[in-house]
Design a protein around this ligand. Structure first.
Ligand code: FES
Ligand code: FES
Length: 196
């Protein structure tokens, strides 16, 4: 990807001050274009800036939450090219040309995703810190027809400190059952596991 003149000036400025080329690469903004919740986004950001910071601080999408900040809790889960990832571990450079879906993009034109409706009905949220990540992962499960017996395994990367998980699991079970009923029966299948 070509550097813009501003980036080149920034790089030259750092070089004058003895900053190595490798170090400058970490901090000089690069253009990044991606699809965010169905809309094109063009930004300039240092390549190692975390996706969660771009979402929350640069783009104002505060739905994605930060818990641990080190890839353990899943509070920051978003979809990157249709796979759940921890946004606190993703450098924005990896998003160039990608599709990103956050909790703000899970509902469809104001209509709740079946998982969102089930969380509301079955008490799947308490403090709500884990909820955006839980819902993004669970919605991905429903959309990919992951069987209900894998709910706990797929949600293993999303930690909740409040609910004890039972209400969350029941919410996802209800959403899967509702989708199966809507689609006319049990869809079966093994379903994908959560990516590492
Ligand atoms: S904040 Fe990203 S995994 Fe915990
Ligand atoms: S609802 Fe509070 S951490 Fe899950």
């Amino acid at each position: 990807m070509a550097s813009d003149p501003t980036a080149e000036q920034h790089r030259a400025h750092l070089a004058e001050r003895g900053v190595s080329s490798a170090a400058a690469t970490q901090v000089v903004p690069m253009p990044v274009s991606f699809d965010l919740n169905g809309k094109p986004v063009d930004i300039a950001a240092p390549p190692m800036r975390r996706l969660i910071d771009v979402l929350r601080e640069d783009l104002g999408l505060m739905g994605t939450k930060e818990g641990c900040g080190e890839g353990e809790c899943g509070a920051c889960t978003v979809l990157l090219d249709d796979m759940p990832v921890n946004a606190c571990l993703v450098p924005i450079a990896h998003c160039d040309g990608a599709r990103v879906v956050t909790i703000e993009g899970v509902a469809n034109e104001g209509v709740l995703h079946p998982v969102q409706a089930a969380f509301a009905k079955h008490g799947g949220a308490q403090c709500g810190i884990c909820t955006p990540g839980m819902v993004v992962t669970a919605a991905w499960m429903v959309d990919h027809h992951v069987p209900a017996q894998l709910i706990r395994r797929v949600l293993a990367g999303n930690i909740c400190r409040c609910t004890g998980y039972q209400a969350i699991v029941e919410s996802v079970q209800a959403a899967i059952a509702a989708e199966q009923a809507r689609n006319g029966g049990d869809e079966g299948g093994q379903g994908p596991g959560r990516p590492g």
